[in-house]
Design a protein around this ligand. Structure first.
Ligand SMILES: Cc1ncc(COP(=O)(O)O)c(C=O)c1O
Length: 381
């Protein structure tokens, strides 16, 4: 039987950033991280019901929405979170900017590893904090931390480590030992640990996510975690995310840095978030199996038909990280666009010559996108 994820939904004439970018052009958009799938039916039903109420005043989460988060964290990760640790955010990019303001003063350094999701680099800069970058390394086809590079990069001005797990764009799910290493590195250098775990429900092949804050009480008190239902349930346009900040002092600093400039979460965001966490599990399981097959297709197709493209172990997310430097193109994104496929430029992730392909789409669309990549490469002769 066909999967619901095989259905094509026309997004060209909708308010989609992803599709509007190439309006009027025959370019398949496989760039920004949202999926071409409808949100789970229980989420749509809850939204309809909320819209039918017809009033959209200043919002505050219902008790049941708060409980849905706490229950999800306990159910999925055996993580007992206190209600007062939750800070609702209209988006995690906002969260990364507030984080930079809150936990580093101008002149301080914020450390992250590259390649990395661009707002990890831009958030600090937008807030006039400097970023220091340690490059990740390869262990075979797997991206890993380069501890020597990390130790060489950190100094007394470094105050904060921005950590992404599961990793965008490297698609890694860090092992318990790697999490321990991250935590002890932060402790040794007195760094506050910001863990962006937005992709934590998108682990493939039955892997289990471990929130780094659950390693120990000490890590929990020295860190905070950013999550959102937006990636998994395809709700990015509804702007509902959370910071989980167990330590009161850190929470107060975060609140002080947000005051007056952070928008509140909107009514529909709360509604969708609760419905996704309460009733989205079955849909998510199907999604993961579909994404796993899409990942396999990308891997097999790249191996057979995309000479000059290198791909890596892919453990989570629907974002495939590709080294295209061997193609010898100054601007690989423009090159692929000229053959009808729109990818994300690795330069934004501090990796020029790389591209990122979003395979959160029906398989037929993915196949067409991959065919276009093959045609592009074949055109080089
Ligand atoms: C690691 C990571 N953090 C944050 C975001 C964006 O979050 P939001 O849409 O809530 O701003 C993304 C989006 O792709 C992401 O990959």
């Amino acid at each position: 039987m066909d999967s619901i994820f095989d259905q094509i939904h026309e997004r060209r004439d909708t308010d989609s950033q992803k599709w509007q970018k190439y309006e009027g052009k025959d370019i398949l958009p496989m760039w920004v991280a949202d999926m071409d799938f409808k949100a789970p039916q229980p989420v749509l039903d809850a939204l309809h019901e909320r819209v039918d109420q017809g009033i959209f005043g200043y919002a505050r989460p219902e008790r049941s929405a708060v409980d849905s988060i706490l229950e999800m964290l306990e159910r999925n990760y055996s993580w007992k979170v206190d209600e007062e640790w939750l800070v609702w955010l209209p988006g995690l990019v906002v969260g990364l900017n507030i984080t930079s303001r809150a936990f580093a003063d101008p002149g301080d350094n914020i450390l992250t590893t590259t390649p990395i999701y661009p707002p990890f680099l831009l958030g600090p800069r937008f807030q006039n904090r400097s970023v220091t970058k340690a490059k990740m390394a390869l262990d075979g086809d797997r991206w890993v931390f380069d501890w020597e590079a990390m130790e060489a990069t950190v100094n007394e001005k470094t105050k904060l480590f921005l950590f992404c797990n599961p990793h965008n764009p490297c698609a890694r799910v860090f092992e318990p030992e790697e999490l321990e290493q991250v935590a002890s590195f932060c402790e040794r250098h007195s760094l506050i640990l910001c863990a962006d775990e937005i992709h934590c429900e998108l682990l493939l092949d039955g892997r289990r996510h471990i929130p780094i804050a659950t390693l120990s009480e000490q890590v929990s008190q020295n860190s905070f975690t950013l999550i959102s239902p937006s990636k998994t349930y395809n709700l990015a346009g509804l702007g509902c995310s959370l910071a989980i900040i167990p330590n009161r002092t850190l929470r107060n600093r975060f609140a002080a840095a947000s005051r007056g400039i952070m928008a509140e979460v909107n009514n529909l965001g709360y509604t969708a978030c609760e419905a996704a966490y309460r009733h989205g599990g079955e849909w998510r399981d199907e999604l993961l199996s579909y994404l796993g097959s899409n990942r396999d297709l990308v891997r097999e197709f790249a191996r057979e038909h995309l000479p000059g493209i290198k791909i890596y172990e892919h453990e989570a997310t629907y974002l495939s990280w590709m080294d295209a430097t061997a193609l010898g193109q100054d601007d690989p994104v423009a090159f692929f666009e000229s053959h009808g496929i729109g990818l994300t430029d690795g330069a934004f992730f501090d990796s020029p010559g790389f591209v990122r392909l979003n395979f959160g789409c029906p398989r037929s669309t993915l196949q067409e996108g991959l065919n276009r990549m093959r045609n592009a490469i074949q055109s080089l002769g």
